[in-house]
Design a binder for this molecule. Structure first.
Ligand SMILES: C[S@@+](CC[C@H](N)C(=O)[O-])C[C@H]1O[C@@H](n2cnc3c(N)ncnc32)[C@H](O)[C@@H]1O
Length: 532
């Protein structure tokens, strides 16, 4: 018998574990494995790293780096450049960056350079989603995209599933280009604390209420409690001078603080460097710390839960690891939000002039974090915006369907009173937005909203085209058939209109308006004798 006063029993899951060896990371992987693509349906945040603007930044950096590489070594042009995306997630970023790279490649006359984009993740369920995704199909058919199962916490070969090529020192003639967004915050870290000039490792104990346990496993990660014990860290902790010297910097320079060390990410980078003959170029956007002062005075690490959990990435440590091992890095001047960082091994950024220019413009200049900050501020006033503001904002987003879906009803309500130039500008950009459509489960369909826009501005043929395309994604719906029927009637396709109204009535047999339209069209289409 239980009573309200019975204390809740706590179950100890593990005690005094090295942070990177905790079962937390296994639970994290189990979460992504079980959820697959559904992790991005209102659970794990991803807009900030999966929009056309950040994709443009990565495309600019990548093509600049490829051009620098070829300038330094013209033979590089005869071998493929591989771009490996780590912890790909939904694939929306991959689609935008892939699309932008190939658009730029054409504009820049770089079509004879072979670039293969590899979407990797540790879980098969995500890969299966990409393999059949309609937006990726054209790239797949041209061999421009491939997929790989890659668990960054396990030293296993990386094989491209379509081309059946293993990424290794023979196949990777050119430097390996790596994208790492919201992934260094997701895989294992160690944790340390500095107190009175001494360095301690933080050992972690996990417990949870008994009610949160099923089959000997915690049900919800959010109900875990974390406790820490300290244990003095001996010099040479990692037995790797490139890493141990970074711990020494913290021991010497931090007065009183706790910090994370992204050991899982650094081990994965080491493996990738080995596969790529020590030549990697990494672009990463994540939340984290990039300066020594920002690592001062921090409490013991806390987990931030959003379906999965994430931690602040110590970019300062990753940068120092590159510097110590003969490479270079660029960390943007800190600002609120995510940080975009660039790392290169076996090279110096000053010897990569185009890359440095792109970094100055797109990382230190108007960065993905700046884009997000401005977008967020403007989106607070969407409902007061006029069509000119909306058109300019949509242009800033690169005609991002995700944003237009939030604005669609405001746009339709403004069409009547708006300037013809603005309307024509938006109408001209709608096909571009349609081309940015990346289907995600349980999300609205941009093709339908584009059709509604053309319908509202009385461009019925274009509206019909998009209503037809939307049918594949949204399935049979009253509103879709009814709107289609109205457009068909406007352009004189009376028989088609009658068919569509009948379909609409099938979806909603009580709709009086539809019944009236059907009666009217049946009469209109009836042979003259019947009309009498
Ligand atoms: C927070 S999500 C980020 C997804 C995407 N990069 C983005 O910015 O939206 C982390 C992704 O990493 C994958 N992941 C988790 N642990 C991993 C590991 N050990 N190795 C490779 N991928 C992993 C998950 O399946 C998930 O797709």
């Amino acid at each position: 018998m239980t009573s309200e006063n019975t204390p809740i029993r706590k179950i100890v899951i593990e005690q005094r574990k090295k942070f990177s060896e905790s079962c937390l990371w296994r639970m994290q992987r189990a979460y992504f494995d079980q959820e697959g693509i559904n992790a991005w349906v209102n659970q794990v945040p991803f807009y900030i790293t999966s929009n056309p603007y950040i994709a443009r930044v990565y495309a600019e950096l990548t093509l600049s780096y490829i051009r620098d590489t070829i300038k330094k070594n013209p033979q590089a042009a005869n071998h493929p450049f591989y771009i490996l995306e780590l912890g790909t997630g939904s694939g929306r970023f991959s689609f935008y960056v892939l699309k932008t790279i190939h658009e730029f490649r054409k504009t820049l006359n770089m079509e004879d350079i072979s670039i293969c984009y590899v979407m990797s993740d540790f879980t098969k369920s995500n890969i299966q989603y990409y393999e059949t995704h309609p937006a990726l199909k054209p790239y797949l058919e041209k061999g421009l995209v491939d997929f790989a199962i890659f668990d960054m916490e396990a030293e296993r070969p990386i094989t491209l599933l379509k081309k059946n090529i293993r990424l290794n020192a023979e196949t990777l003639v050119n430097p390996l280009i790596i994208y790492a967004n919201y992934i260094f915050d997701t895989i294992s870290h160690d944790s340390f604390t500095v107190h009175e000039g001494k360095l301690y490792e933080l050992l972690l104990s996990l417990s949870t209420p008994e009610t949160n346990m099923r089959d000997n496993k915690p049900v919800s990660m959010e109900n875990l409690s974390i406790d820490y014990n300290v244990h003095e860290a001996k010099p040479g902790y990692y037995n790797d001078p490139h890493l141990d010297s970074i711990l020494e910097i913290y021991k010497k320079n931090l007065k009183e603080s706790s910090f994370l060390f992204p050991i899982g990410s650094i081990r994965a980078i080491k493996l990738l460097k080995k596969l790529a003959n020590n030549k990697v170029f990494i672009v990463s956007s994540d939340k984290g710390y990039s300066t020594l002062p920002s690592l001062e005075n921090l409490g013991h690490p806390s987990l931030s839960f959003h379906g999965s959990f994430s931690m602040m990435v110590n970019f300062h440590a990753i940068a120092n690891y590159f510097k110590n091992s003969g490479g270079d890095y660029f960390l943007q001047t800190p600002r609120k939000g995510i940080k975009t960082s660039v790392f290169v091994s076996d090279d110096q950024l000053q010897d990569l002039p185009e890359t440095s220019r792109a970094i100055e413009h797109y990382v230190e200049g108007f960065s993905p974090a700046d884009y997000f900050t401005i977008h967020r501020r403007l989106s607070d006033s969407f409902q007061e915006a006029n069509l000119d503001n909306i058109a300019a904002h949509m242009n800033l987003t690169g005609w991002d369907p995700h944003i237009y879906l939030k604005l669609a009803s405001r746009v339709t309500s403004l069409v009547e009173e708006s300037d013809a130039d603005t309307i024509n500008f938006m109408a001209a950009k709608m096909p571009r937005m349609a081309a940015n459509y990346y289907y995600m489960p349980k999300s609205e369909c941009i093709l339908f909203e584009i059709a509604v826009f053309y319908h509202a501005i009385k461009r019925f043929d274009e509206a019909l085209n998009y209503y037809h395309q939307a049918l594949t994604y949204v399935g049979e719906q009253f509103g879709l058939y009814y709107n289609m029927a109205l457009c068909q009637h406007h352009v004189g396709l009376f028989e088609d209109a009658l068919k569509s109204f009948r379909n609409a009535l099938r979806m909603d047999s009580n709709s009086k308006e539809t019944q009236e339209w059907i009666a009217f069209l049946e009469k209109t289409l009836a042979p003259d004798t019947e009309k009498k």
